[in-house]
Every structure is written in C-alpha cells, then in structure tokens.
Design a protein around this ligand. Structure first.
Ligand code: CU
Length: 660
C-alpha cells in the first residue's frame, strides 16, 4: 500500500505574489496613513456606493459608508475590542464588505478605502478574517500579531527604550523581562502565558472560529466549532497545568463569581494611545458592570448546569434539544462561548464572553475613570493574565460535568481487534530556553523622512529538541489507522501518583494522524515537527516581504500552501519544561480503525494545513474523523477495564537545560 507523499506546498505564481504583497502592505504601520502611494490613491479615489453591483450583499457596504459619513464610527487611533458590541458591529460591516466583494479588484479597492478611514484595530481584524476565508486569498500569509501591534505584547519600558534608540537612529536590542517578581509564584509560569507565539495561536483560533460568524449567510460552515472551543481551551489549560507542575506550582483553580480572585495581575504594558493596561490587585472581587451583573453570571451558570443534568437544552421556541450523545458537547460549546448558533442566548447568556469582559473591566466597573480595556478584552493578550486560565477552568469544569454523564467507552469502542501495539519508543525529551527577538518597527511613530532602524525586544522563550517516536504494531491485515498520542503527568503537585481517571483531565494531545499499517509488523515513525497540534515558527514580516519581492523579481521561489494555517500551538511549546534533573511523564498512544472514523474523501496523509487537532479545518472541509475530540480521555475511565491491546504507554523523562 504505497502512499504518494502529500506536501501541500507549491511555487507561487505572479498573480498570487502580487496579492501577497498587497496584503503585507495593507498591514504595514497601520497606525499611520498608508505609505504606499498606489494603495493610498486607490483608496482615496474609490467610491464604494458606485460599485454596489460588485458585492454579493451590497447592504453591508451601504451600512459601512453610512457609518463612516455619520462620523459615529470608532476613530482611528482609538482602542478596538471585539467584546464591545458597537465596535464589533462596525467591524462586521467592514468584514462583510471585504468578504462579499465579488472579485479581487473590488476586494483590494475596498480594503484600500478602509485602510485610511476605518479604525486600524477594526480594519486589521476584519481584513485578517476576510483573507482567511476568501477563496481568492487562500494561502496568503498574514504578519504575526506581535509585529502588527507590538504594544500589546511588549513592556512599556521596552517601548520607551526603543523610542530613545529610534531618536538616536541607532539599531538596538532591548531585553524584556516577564511581568512580576519572584515574590509572585505565578511569575514562574509567566513565560508560557506571555509567550507571543501562544498568544498568536489563541487570537488566530478566534479568527478562524469567530463567535459572531453567521454560518448561513457567509456560506462557510464551521464544522464542530462548539466542540473545538471546548477542546482547544481544555488543552490550553491542561498544557498550562503541566507547565505549572514543572515549576512546582499546583494545578489551576477555577474561579467563581462570588469568590475573590486571589491573584492580581499587573500587565506592565501601555496602549499606543489610551494609557496603561489596567492592573488588578490581589483578592479583588467581581463587580457589577453597567450591563452585566454578578448575579446574571450565577443565573446563567445555574441554567447551564440544569441543562447538563437534564441532558437537554431549551431552545428559543421552548423545545428540548438533547445533549445525550457525542454532539452534546458541540451544542454546549456554542452556548458557552456563545456563537451565533447558540440554541438560546437570551436564556443561557454568554458565559465565556461576559467572563472576559467582567475580568477586563473589574477595576473600573462603572467606567468612572475611563480606563482602557483590560488584557482579557483582547484575544491577542488574554493568556497573559493567569485569571484567563482560571476562567477557562471554570468553564471547562462545566463541560466535564456533561462528559461525566456520558457512558464510559466500551471495550468495542476502544479496541481494534487484530491489531496490537507491541512497542513504543520515544527519543530523549529535552527542553531549553532561548532568546527570541520581536521586531518593534510598527511600535514606533515616525515620519517617512526618518529612516527605519532595526529595533527589537529580546525575550526568553521555551523550546525543545526535535524528537521522534516510534510505535511498533502487529496487525492481522493491512489497515488504515488513526494514531492518537498524549502526554500526561505521572505525579501531582504533592508528589502523589495520579489515578488514571483524574490524570485524563491533564492529558495533553501531542499528535493525531492517520496512516497505514501492513499485515505483520509495522513501525510507525513520527517526528515532533509533524504534529497536528502545532505549527512551526511564524515567519517575520521582514522575511515575508523579502521573499515576496525576490520572487517577483524572479529570484527564488515563494512557496504557497493553499491550506496554510495561522492557528496552531507553537511547535516550540509542544513539551512542558520538565525539570533540570528530569521529570517523569506518561507517553500514551492508541491506534484505532480509521475506516470507521473517516469523514472526508481525501488522501490519508492530507494534513489540512497541519494543525487540525486544536484548529480543525478551514476552506470547507469537515473535521477529518468522527471520534469525540479528546478520545479516549474525554470520558470517565474505569482503570480496570480501560486498557486494550491497541494501546501503548511508557514512562518518559523531560529534562530541562538552561541553554540548548
Ligand atoms: Cu479563547
């Protein structure tokens, strides 16, 4: 059974290169007027209302122009947050105008028109989501968010030092430390919560699966979106918990609306305009906001719990919609975030979104001091605050109540008769810290006359040596198989071995892939870099620009992958840090019959852009297998009846070294 290796990448043609160049230019120094004359002219002279026939739904364009002419739109320079209803409504008209443009030319003109008129936060967000979903922009790479808005990621001190260097016209690299001091135990894991790659992943997940997405109207289905919401966030917490154990911290505690939030947070970052990010002192309590009260949150939670225990949610028309099957988790996810497909948003509220807002506005609940939005009010910065993980653990525990009510997997559901895992071999697992430079070019206001000099912020970030694992299986027949790989803790914070039914909650998915085995013995070999959980390091804007310009000049090829994903956990962070003298973990694998799970008719090694595990699929494909996400650890486990011959597990050790 030979497989033609699917690589996904091809050399870009001229048409694509020009598009890629235009998008990079549109994202350049977004706080200032467009410096690219051609684009600026295009935008200046374009009159959207004269080209309504060029849009699938002219209504959005009309509204956009009306908003703009009324002068009531969010001005350029102001802070945009997706959680503000007005900001979001305006942004959606921008998105729809871009998304419904019938051809590339109209799309580009509309984008140029918006570039110098619309608030830059709204513009970049709408443009990004449009690029990710338009057919004619498939494969285009967007600049990483930490280069578009360095202010959200880089300490005030660093920005200050960068300005000084810019004034002197001297290149500089400014060292940046993580927030807090050694007196704050949470600071030990700040390198993970503040990792720019992790924040980029999280913000891109929410661009691929926007909660405001109108599936019917946009004609792009978001398969298992609610379940992905559960699974990706569940994994973010599990992964954070493994990092905590590596640093002698206990697992994250869920927060609760009526209890104090023990750990405060001081972000040490300042908006470009609008002041410092608000800080939350220790032991702060939730406050009633103008439109969301603490009691509402308690009520919403109670209703959701009721639905879970009744195994059915109430719909708007008063009917019951069952949760008693594998799709229940998707329905719950849609209710919890909530997405446009929530069965009854008025009744179940918006637990997740409101949670973000409650935390973001906690220190200025009545808006008395006109404080800017908190880090929790941007997907780009939310994981910086340890309360992010506490909010999500709270939500995750609700999902858990639901999953615990579903029947335990039967032997038949777990087993693959005729197939046996005979050996599991894992390379040495080693982690280290390294320096990473963030380009601050876009952080600094300047003029066209002042030359750009290289100014960067240097941060420490976690990485690991690439590793390979090998699963040896013996099979009675040739077969297509699904391989699921997890890493879990062996001991808890007290040093006590964790029983499997508890450990399953901390199992981090390392990989999931589909392949073939032959009759007899097959060694399935897989590299860490191939993981379907992760994506490689993002290319910097500068490198992208250079590659595109070179390719346009005929120097070298620019590789496009039409399925490229921006969403994906950073490859560097696949392994938790572990400990200097080694920390034991459990490496687990299960091999199942893919023919029974298969959903799409594509080659077996088609990888959908490489990060299906947490990020699902884009571009109209369904999620590739029909097993519940997290299988087999998403349901209760009876340890005595769990292990089947198609599973393998092994104790592994992760060792940390200060330098590679
Ligand atoms: Cu999120």
């Amino acid at each position: 059974m030979g497989l033609v290796k699917y690589t996904g990448s091809a050399s870009a043609d001229k048409d694509f290169l020009v598009k890629q160049r235009q998008i990079l230019r549109l994202c350049n120094k977004v706080h200032e007027p467009n410096r690219f004359k051609e684009q600026a002219e295009l935008g200046k002279n374009y009159e959207p209302l004269k080209h309504l026939d060029k849009y699938k739904h002219p209504r959005s364009v009309k509204t956009l122009v009306k908003y703009y002419n009324s002068g009531l739109t969010l001005p350029r320079g102001a802070i945009f947050t997706l959680f503000n209803d007005k900001h979001r409504e305006q942004m959606i008209t921008v998105f729809e105008s871009l998304f419904f443009a019938q051809d590339w030319d109209t799309f580009l003109r509309t984008a140029c028109w918006c570039r110098d008129r619309v608030n830059e936060g709204q513009f970049v967000y709408a443009l990004s989501v449009a690029v990710l979903h338009r057919e004619d922009t498939r494969g285009i790479v967007l600049p990483p968010p930490y280069e578009i808005y360095p202010h959200l990621f880089v300490n005030s001190e660093v920005i200050h030092a960068a300005y000084k260097a810019k004034m002197r016209q001297e290149p500089a690299i400014v060292r940046m430390n993580f927030t807090g001091t050694i007196r704050n135990p949470e600071q030990r894991v700040a390198y993970l919560g503040e990792d720019v790659g992790m924040n980029a992943h999280h913000s891109h997940w929410h661009m691929d699966f926007p909660f405001w997405w109108k599936q019917q109207e946009y004609g792009v289905e978001k398969d298992r979106k609610g379940e992905l919401f559960y699974w990706m966030h569940h994994q973010l917490i599990a992964r954070f918990d493994l990092e905590r154990l590596s640093n002698d911290l206990p697992f994250v505690e869920p927060l609760s609306w009526e209890d104090k939030i023990v750990d405060g947070f001081y972000p040490q970052t300042t908006y470009r305009v609008g002041g410092e990010f608000p800080a939350r002192p220790d032991n702060f309590e939730f406050q009633d906001l103008e439109h969301i009260k603490v009691k509402d949150m308690v009520d919403y939670t109670r209703r959701i719990r009721e639905a879970i225990s009744q195994m059915a949610v109430v719909t708007k028309s008063g009917e019951y919609y069952s949760l008693n099957n594998t799709k229940g988790i998707n329905t719950l996810g849609e209710i919890m975030e909530p997405s446009f497909d929530s069965k009854h948003p008025e009744y179940y509220g918006a637990l997740h979104n409101y949670g973000h807002i409650m935390l973001g506005q906690i220190v200025d609940p009545k808006g008395k001091f006109n404080m800017p939005p908190g880090v929790m009010e941007h997907f780009e910065t939310a994981t910086r605050d340890p309360a992010f993980f506490r909010l999500h653990k709270y939500i995750d525990n609700l999902f858990k109540i639901h999953k615990d009510l579903l029947p335990v997997y039967t032997h038949e559901e777990l087993d693959f008769p005729g197939l046996k895992v005979v050996d599991l071999d894992v390379d040495v697992l080693q982690t280290y810290l390294e320096d990473f430079d963030i380009d601050l070019l876009n952080a600094l206001d300047d003029t066209q006359e002042l030359d750009d000099v290289e100014i960067k912020a240097r941060v420490r970030r976690l990485n690991h040596q690439p590793f390979t694992f090998r699963v040896t299986v013996s099979s009675e027949k040739n077969a297509n198989v699904a391989v699921r790989v997890f890493l879990g803790p062996k001991y808890d914070w007290f040093g006590v071995q964790i029983p499997l039914n508890e450990k399953r909650l901390y199992m981090v998915e390392i990989d999931k892939f589909y392949t073939t085995v032959n009759k007899g013995t097959t060694v399935i070999e897989r590299k860490s870099s191939e993981s379907s959980v992760t994506i490689p390091d993002r290319e910097t804007t500068k490198v992208l620009q250079k590659k595109v310009e070179d390719a346009i000049q005929g120097n070298g090829a620019f590789l496009v992958n039409k399925d490229v994903r921006h969403c994906g956990y950073p490859d560097r962070l696949l392994l938790p840090k572990g400990k200097k003298d080694g920390m034991p973990f459990t490496f687990y694998v299960i091999v199942t019959d893919f023919d029974k799970e298969k959903v799409n008719d594509v080659p077996l090694d088609y990888n959908y852009g490489g990060s299906i595990s947490y990020c699902g699929t884009l571009a109209g494909h369904k999620y590739p297998d029909n097993k519940p996400m997290g299988f087999p650890f998403d349901r209760r486990i009876d340890e005595d009846h769990f292990f089947t011959p198609n599973m393998g597990q092994k104790e592994v050790t992760i060792s940390f070294k200060e330098v590679p």
